[in-house]
Design a protein. Structure first.
Length: 201
């Protein structure tokens, strides 16, 4: 068993953006660069503030324990950033945790059942998740960074889709109201208003 310290942390009920859990992300040249996701934490949310402070403390601990990287890198070299310093609208007013993984992370539904296929994946951009990350220090030819490895993610609840493509099941199900008409009303055919067979409408 390795004696190397680990710096794992569970982020609870945070909003996810750009989840790449079953398909690898690609860089600008089309090269696959691994899995990952962005996580949004609200500084106006008490629970999120607690998590932000704990995550920051863990980052500091990891940096101080590293044999070569003793100083916290600049913000653009950290996994935790102020969303106001990014260009995307959904990040404004939030703190952003960028995660990455070489290997496919574990994915779970709301019942903690493991999801093994993209087709059955309940996680989408805008929903809320629990996410296990591991803070690790990068020190190589690409520079010094504080990264968050994506170990696993669990669906918690629906949220407004950031890309507008997802509609929650309950919203769709409620639209199919089986009691829309009473039996007595079904026999009363209303007249059409403003329709004329000879005119376009």
């Amino acid at each position: 068993m390795s004696d190397k310290p680990t710096y794992s942390y569970m982020l609870k009920s945070v909003r996810v953006s750009f989840p790449h859990l079953f398909t690898q992300q690609k860089d600008k040249k089309g090269k696959k660069v691994g899995y990952g996701a962005k996580l949004l934490l609200d500084p106006k949310n008490k629970e999120h503030v607690v998590q932000l402070n704990e995550l920051k403390a863990l980052m500091v601990e990891a940096v101080e324990a590293h044999p070569k990287v003793k100083k916290m890198p600049a913000e653009d070299k950290r996994c935790l950033r102020n969303g106001d310093n990014t260009e995307r609208a959904e990040n404004q007013g939030m703190f952003l945790v960028s995660t990455n993984a070489r290997n496919k992370p574990y994915v779970f539904d709301a019942t903690r059942k493991q999801v093994t296929s993209k087709k059955r994946n309940p996680i989408y951009s805008g929903c809320y998740v629990d996410c296990l990350v591991n803070i690790w220090i990068q020190d190589n030819e690409h520079g010094k960074r504080v990264n968050a490895g994506l170990q696993g993610m669990k669906f918690v609840s629906d949220g407004e889709a950031l890309d507008g493509s997802f509609v929650p099941y309950d919203d769709v199900a409620d639209a199919f109201d089986a009691t829309r008409f009473d039996e007595d009303e079904e026999n009363d055919v209303p007249s059409l208003d403003g329709f004329d067979d000879d005119e376009a409408f």
